[in-house]
Design a protein around this ligand. Structure first.
Ligand code: PEP
Ligand code: CO
Length: 456
């Protein structure tokens, strides 16, 4: 018996980038051509890292700080990136809205903000059904550009391994432009007006944003008058990338051993998360994730039991390291009260190190009669408020937020100060997947979160 236990333990301990293959893998594409897949995987394994270990470790430090309440995390981007979205304007707008929100949050919460884009790799989507019926024809579902095409033809929907390679290239292009923008001074706090998107002056948020910016500029000038200039004010900011680690062929191919550090890293993003549908304890995703040293997120909804969560934490973070695990609750506004205190107390009682975040988007999705998915601004805000309050009551701490948002003027979520009505959804609904907060809704949300964090 003891022998068997020991053997089992040994088996668990022997992790390799490919050990996930022995476990049931949910949500994976079925590639018709195994040789083509093998060729692409071998090729990607030779590609240079998109991110390096030093940056990944730095983010881990920031997440530990956030877990302890010293910094706040802003994570956001598209539900699904599409290869066609890899344009200068789309990338710049996404960076701008995240920077503007982070300025508002830093100012409001009086804490540094860690910015994590949901980009440069967010190309895969979990699906409820592997197939769908289109005009009587049964086709594989669209699983994101990294897997297949969205057009309703058999050719487009057949998983194509060449798309794994394309995903790497698009991620590299996206990341390169973001780095260049930041290196070129785009994030310099002396020029926050250059981040104006469209005509921010005409939005209801403009006076408050302007006042925030003026106060920040005054503070910077004051500091500079004493000769103290922090790198942040000159735009040398950290910006991190993340995506759902869903398609394990891609993630495995980007996993390398760092001999100097003695750890395995996924070099495709600084942080990856396990989706709510793929977090089975003995599933392939948990097996893959337990072996990489990157900070990892786990999405959890109301169905997650406390024991289940503690078992996941044991598996994913056996040494109980701070900054390693971000737990992202996404309950839906009505289920927060029955979920967050229960889980937060269990984690606290077991003295597990976690960084709690809230994704107020995915539990609040509704499907309208015309098949369009939407989310109400007030539900999103209420889920955040309720989650924050639940953590306070549980002597726990909400360390960050996770949004699906865009810097563009889309009409996908309803509500907000510039009220988007259900009728308006027809106007500019552009998401390939879930509905995103638009530019003005995102700014408004940042001000409201800043108020919440100040206790106002
Ligand atoms: C997502 O983040 O787009 C997603 C599918 O979320 P979840 O795993 O929480 O459902
Ligand atoms: Co989504």
């Amino acid at each position: 018996m003891a022998d068997m236990k020991q053997q089992q333990h040994k088996k668990k301990a022997e992790w390799q980038p490919a050990t996930w293959r022995a476990q049931p893998a949910a949500q994976q594409p079925e590639y018709p051509n195994a040789r083509a897949l093998q060729r692409v995987r071998t090729l990607i394994q030779t590609y240079p890292p998109l991110v390096v270990a030093g940056e990944i470790e730095r983010l881990r430090g920031h997440l530990a700080e956030a877990g302890a309440g010293r910094t706040f995390i802003l994570q956001g981007g598209n539900c699904a990136e599409q290869f066609a979205d890899c344009t200068a304007t789309a990338i710049m707008n996404q960076l701008k809205i995240l920077l503007q929100m982070s300025v508002i949050l830093t100012h409001g919460a009086r804490k540094p903000v860690v910015r994590i884009g949901r980009l440069a790799g967010q190309y895969a989507k979990p699906r409820s059904n592997a197939f769908e019926l289109v005009r009587g024809v049964r086709l594989p579902s669209y699983r994101g550009d990294i897997v297949n095409g969205s057009a309703a033809t058999r050719a487009a929907r057949t998983p194509d391994p060449a798309r794994l390679r394309l995903a790497y290239h698009y991620a590299a292009m996206t990341l390169n432009y973001i780095h260049s923008l930041i290196d070129g001074g785009f994030a310099d706090l002396h020029y926050p007006y250059t981040w104006n998107l469209h005509s921010i002056e005409q939005t209801p948020e403009w006076p408050e944003y302007k006042q925030t910016v003026e106060e920040i500029l005054n503070a910077i000038r004051f500091m500079e008058s004493f000769g103290g200039i922090r790198p942040e004010t000159l735009g040398r900011i950290d910006f991190y990338t993340s995506h759902e680690g869903l398609v394990l062929e891609y993630e495995e191919a980007l996993t390398r051993y760092d001999a100097a550090r003695g750890r395995w890293y996924n070099h495709g993003a600084h942080m990856l998360w396990i989706g709510n549908r793929t977090r089975a304890l003995d599933g392939a995703h948990v097996e893959y994730f337990r072996g990489i040293a990157n900070p990892i997120g786990v999405k959890i909804d109301a169905s997650c039991g406390a024991d289940e969560l503690l078992a996941l934490l044991d598996r994913l973070n056996p040494k109980n390291e701070a900054g390693r695990i971000m737990l992202i609750t996404r309950c839906g506004v009505d289920k927060v009260a029955a979920t967050v205190p229960r889980l937060a107390r269990a984690v606290r009682a077991a003295r597990r190190q976690v960084t709690w975040c809230c994704d107020p988007m995915h539990g609040n999705t509704i499907t309208l009669a015309d098949g369009r998915k939407t989310r109400g601004f007030s539900d999103v805000l209420e889920e955040l408020r309720a989650t924050h309050a639940a953590h306070v009551r549980s002597q726990s701490h909400l360390a960050g937020v996770h949004f699906e948002l865009t810097g563009d003027d889309v009409t996908e979520c309803t509500g907000g100060a510039v009220d988007v009505t259900r009728d308006d959804l027809r106007l500019r609904y552009q998401s390939a997947c879930d509905p995103r907060l638009n530019y003005v809704q995102s700014l408004e949300m940042a001000f409201l979160i800043a108020r919440l964090l100040r206790g106002a």
